[in-house]
Design a protein around this ligand. Structure first.
Ligand code: SLL
Length: 257
């Protein structure tokens, strides 16, 4: 019998960023059946991935269910940790993939739902579209955020552990009963095919606001220490308190007229 979830850490939220998206290619393309099934013109992969420099998502993400269009024989595809959390298929049309994220047992959290609408055709500014055609590669991904509100003590421990960065590091040293050291050997390049700047949300084919520019911002943000964040929160709280006081004063002044 699973242990009852431990107590929750009050007043604490832990947030994680990750990517949901798809790649797509005109068939034939390496890695996809050749010849493709009748009428199938595109090969694609839908995925849930960590940020290039972010913490390991399998710390909190244990299972992903992708539900494809009903025209697929086995529409429900479930991938367990360690993943990769992705499904590759061939087909002819775009549709919304229903995605369910299942969390670590000790989190006590229910599964959450996301959707990703497949993008199979070139989109965005002319130069981006030209590149997508030239490379026969579409990437449509967006930044997602999950917030764990008042995590259980056990889950808090995994979410704050240094181990979740080990996948970015090189294992150094070995030995009997001796834990290896993990060395961080520098930043990973931003994702290859992101647009330089975010597109307008209204623009056709805009997979969301994810871009090289935004990726850099998020990576920089992730590198800030908890102390800096705490300080910002404190400042914000003081600012809010100040604004509240001023509003109150204003309210009193108006009331007094
Ligand atoms: C469209 N409304 O017509 C969408 C439907 C259907 C997607 C997309 C092939 C599945 C199979 C496939 O691409 N289905 O034959 O296994 O654009």
């Amino acid at each position: 019998m699973p242990a009852a979830p431990s107590k929750r850490v009050k007043g604490t939220q832990i947030r994680r960023h990750f990517l949901i998206g798809n790649t797509a290619h005109v068939l034939p393309h390496p890695g996809f059946p050749d010849p493709p099934p009748d009428g199938h013109t595109k090969g694609w992969t839908v995925y849930v991935r960590p940020l290039p420099n972010g913490p390991d998502i399998t710390t909190w993400l244990k299972k992903v269910q992708f539900k494809l269009h009903h025209t697929y024989a086995d529409a429900s595809r479930t991938i367990e940790a360690p993943g990769p959390f992705e499904v590759s298929e061939t087909g002819y049309g775009e549709f919304g993939v229903e995605i369910r994220l299942y969390f670590a047992q000790e989190s006590g959290e229910k599964a959450v739902y996301r959707e990703h609408y497949l993008v199979l055709a070139p989109y965005g500014p002319d130069d981006q579209r030209a590149r997508q055609e030239r490379e026969n590669k579409i990437v449509a991904e967006r930044l997602e955020t999950i917030e764990f509100n008042e995590p259980t003590q056990e889950f808090f421990k995994t979410l704050t552990s240094e181990d979740q960065f080990n996948w970015l590091k090189v294992k150094k040293g070995r030995g009997k009963g001796k834990k290896p050291d993990y060395i961080f050997e520098g930043a990973v390049e931003p994702t290859a095919q992101l647009p330089e700047k975010a597109m307008d949300p209204g623009q056709a084919g805009a997979g969301g606001a994810w871009s090289v520019q935004y990726e850099r911002q998020v990576l920089a943000q992730l590198q800030q220490s908890g102390a800096t964040l705490d300080q910002m929160i404190e400042e914000e709280k003081r600012g809010m308190e100040e604004r509240r006081r001023r509003l109150e004063e204003l309210g009193v002044a108006i009331g007094a007229k």
